[in-house]
Design a protein around this ligand. Structure first.
Ligand code: NFS
Ligand code: SF4
Length: 661
């Protein structure tokens, strides 16, 4: 397979750079203004000069480059390299130290999983510290019900005082992140017992995330771990630590900010309001953004906005911070990670507020062309030229006021170069959570809420479920892979759940609206979605794609899957489900994907992972992992073929369970 996948990517992105018309129009607009974006920079890699392709580095793409020490960097020769590379590279299958291709690829992969896990564990740490602080201050915990359910999972006394439970939960979370523990309690308590057994047997139960990261750093350093199998096993263990970190982050955020409930909202550049002070919030940790949303209705600040000539303060979201405030408050989304520069290029953003992760350094350069103020808020993610208003647990109110005041004062400086695409913002329904699902299902069967779901799966009304997760990518036609897979599978009565930027891609294509059920869902699935919609008190069906939240909220899907496996008495790998990171970009996506595979989920990747240079690692990830963990990666760049493979996987699982196929 190998290098062919890189060619397919290229053909796909040449067809069209973004599926969404509004994004497409904004790309053209920025190009006409000479503004550089992720799309134009990506396109530069497709140009050729004097007949020589200026491609991305093939060594990097295949994962066969090592710069672990100063005898290197070393690059491994492969017969798959294009001719110019083959000629200019010594015909060596080892680096100077003697590391072979399998070691180098496995080491690189483990480092990617490490960085992804570090991002999620650090997010979880912020949230756990905030919960601990509120508990110590005996602050009013707004959502004690959620706290009780966490206590029950962790086998704590759920009837203790909320602040005592909070203190214990936060302390366990912090030990899971940074302690010298044998096993992460959140991993052991939230995974089905059969999964924990399997992981224990394989040596894939993580100590704390911090401990695994320390060992990862050590093992991948020059001249340490050279065994590819052990490196990949460690990647699996870290992947599980990553999933446990997601669970901590998202469960504890629910305690502090509430469990999402269905909300109606919109997505698109047009959610920016020409008459209001526009504040866009971007990143992943929603602690300060919660306050910004709250204070956007503060009478004093609104008065100031009016005296500056604005009609009000409009908060719009981007990426996962956007998903968080959409899920809990219905705040509209301006765009996903790929759109961040384009959002600024509307000329309508007074303040672009970022916390951590997926923040393109180039937003500073785009902002310089407009009046937009970029404001960084966390110590982990600063930009050299941006204003920094530091958020610390406890200073939310003060920091948020400063930010909003800055934005308000900036309103009058808005320039004349304003541009919004023709396409109106698209309506969507979001706010799905495990609790919401159980709530609706318990209206059908209060004794046994999972039964109606299981019955519908058994009868084939719900043929299976696929999670569309992760990013949207400029390496292919942005959004198109997610949307194609969703539409293809819906036809076959496969329910789609989506998170992160993938959910936003589906939203832009109109798939998060009840109307999409009529248009895209197969008849049997349509019937179920109507029933659930009516049961939930709507006079429409539920949408065919369920927005489960940010990437951190992939944990919600894992929790739902674990409950199903438990209830049916089968292993996760036996369920008619799969996940797809069809347009993955980040190390975080690699960590979540690896963790999911370790838990028994089959995960599709639609962008070539940098492992194709090692036949052994490739086989470990796409074949042997299935024997060991039950889950595996499927690599398929063409989204139509990928839908077929995902469908086949579900069909196989149904067959093995003895269900109708
Ligand atoms: Ni997930 Fe969310 Fe988007 Fe990818 Fe980035 S915003 S955490 S990593 S790019 S989906
Ligand atoms: Fe080369 Fe080995 Fe150094 Fe890597 S660790 S750069 S393969 S000599």
């Amino acid at each position: 397979m190998a290098i062919k996948t890189l060619q397919v990517e290229k053909e796909l992105r040449k067809a069209r750079r973004a599926l969404d018309d509004a994004t497409y129009e904004m790309i053209r607009h920025t190009e006409s203004m000479g503004i550089d974006t992720v799309f134009t920079r990506q396109a530069k890699y497709d140009e050729s000069f004097l007949g020589i392709e200026k491609s991305r580095c093939y060594f990097g793409s295949m994962g066969i480059c090592c710069r672990q020490c100063a005898m290197g960097p070393c690059r491994i020769w492969s017969s798959e390299l294009p001719p110019s590379y083959r000629l200019s590279t010594p015909r060596l299958d080892r680096g100077t130290c003697g590391a072979g291709v399998d070691t180098i690829v496995a080491r690189n992969l483990l480092m990617m999983v490490g960085r992804g896990t570090a991002a999620h564990a650090s997010h979880a740490k912020h949230v756990a510290s905030a919960l601990l602080k509120s508990a110590q201050n005996k602050a009013n915990l707004k959502h004690p019900e959620k706290l009780k359910s966490i206590a029950a999972k962790l086998k704590l006394d759920a009837n203790a005082k909320p602040e005592d439970i909070a203190m214990q939960v936060a302390s366990i979370a912090l030990l899971d992140i940074l302690g010298d523990e044998k096993s992460m309690r959140f991993a052991a308590s939230y995974c089905p017992p059969s999964t924990v057994e399997d992981l224990l047997r394989l040596g894939a139960v993580p100590g704390s995330a911090g401990k695994e990261l320390l060992e990862e750093g050590h093992e991948t350093s020059m001249g340490t771990m050279a065994d590819p199998g052990s490196l990949i096993l460690h990647a699996a263990r870290l992947g599980v630590a990553d999933i446990a970190s997601l669970i901590i982050g998202s469960e504890l955020q629910d305690v502090m900010f509430g469990v999402p409930k269905p909300v109606l909202s919109k997505i698109g550049f047009n959610v920016l309001d020409k008459n209001k002070v526009n504040v866009v919030i971007h990143g992943h940790v929603p602690m300060l953004s919660e306050k910004l949303v709250e204070l956007s209705e503060d009478s004093e600040l609104l008065g100031k906005a009016r005296s500056c000539g604005a009609e009000g303060i409009n908060i719009a979201g981007c990426c996962c911070t956007g998903n968080e405030v959409l899920m809990r408050h219905g705040v509209p989304l301006a765009g996903s990670s790929l759109q961040q520069e384009l959002i600024i290029a509307t000329g309508l953003v007074e303040a672009f507020v970022v916390d951590v992760q997926c923040i393109y350094p180039n937003i500073e350069n785009v902002a310089k062309r407009f009046h937009t103020r970029i404001i960084t808020t966390m110590k982990e993610a600063r930009l050299a030229g941006a204003e920094h208003i530091q958020f610390e647990e406890g200073n939310e109110d003060e920091a948020a006021r400063r930010i909003l005041n800055t934005a308000i004062q900036n309103f009058q400086k808005r320039g004349k170069e304003i541009f919004l695409p023709e396409k109106e913002a698209v309506e969507l329904m979001a706010g799905f959570s495990v609790e919401v699902c159980m709530d609706v299902l318990s209206k059908i069967n209060s004794e046994d809420p999972l039964k109606p779901l299981i019955d519908n799966i058994a009868s084939g009304n719900i043929y299976g479920a696929v999670l569309l997760a992760g990013c949207t990518s400029p390496k292919i036609t942005a959004d198109a892979s997610h949307v194609t897979i969703a539409k293809e599978l819906l036809k076959q009565n496969v329910l789609i759940i989506a998170t992160g930027c993938a959910a936003q891609a589906c939203a832009r294509a109109g798939l998060l609206s009840p109307a999409a059920t009529e248009q895209y869902a197969g008849d049997r699935l349509k019937g179920v979605l109507w029933l659930l919609g009516k049961t939930a008190g709507l006079d429409t069906p539920l949408p065919p794609v369920w927005h489960f939240g940010s990437c951190v909220d992939n944990s919600r899907v894992i929790i739902l899957v674990a409950a199903l496996a438990d209830k049916l008495g089968v292993r996760v790998k036996d369920l008619p489900i799969a996940a797809s990171a069809a347009e993955w970009i980040t190390e975080k996506a690699v960590a979540i994907g690896t963790g999911s595979v370790a838990l028994g989920v089959t995960v599709h990747l639609g962008v070539t992972p940098p492992v194709i240079g090692s036949p052994e690692v490739l086989s470990l990830l796409t074949r042997k992992s299935e024997e060991l963990f039950g889950g595996k990666f499927i690599i398929e760049i063409d989204p139509t073929k990928a839908s077929e493979l995902l469908y086949e996987h579900i069909k196989e699982a149904r067959k093995k369970l003895g269900l109708m196929i």
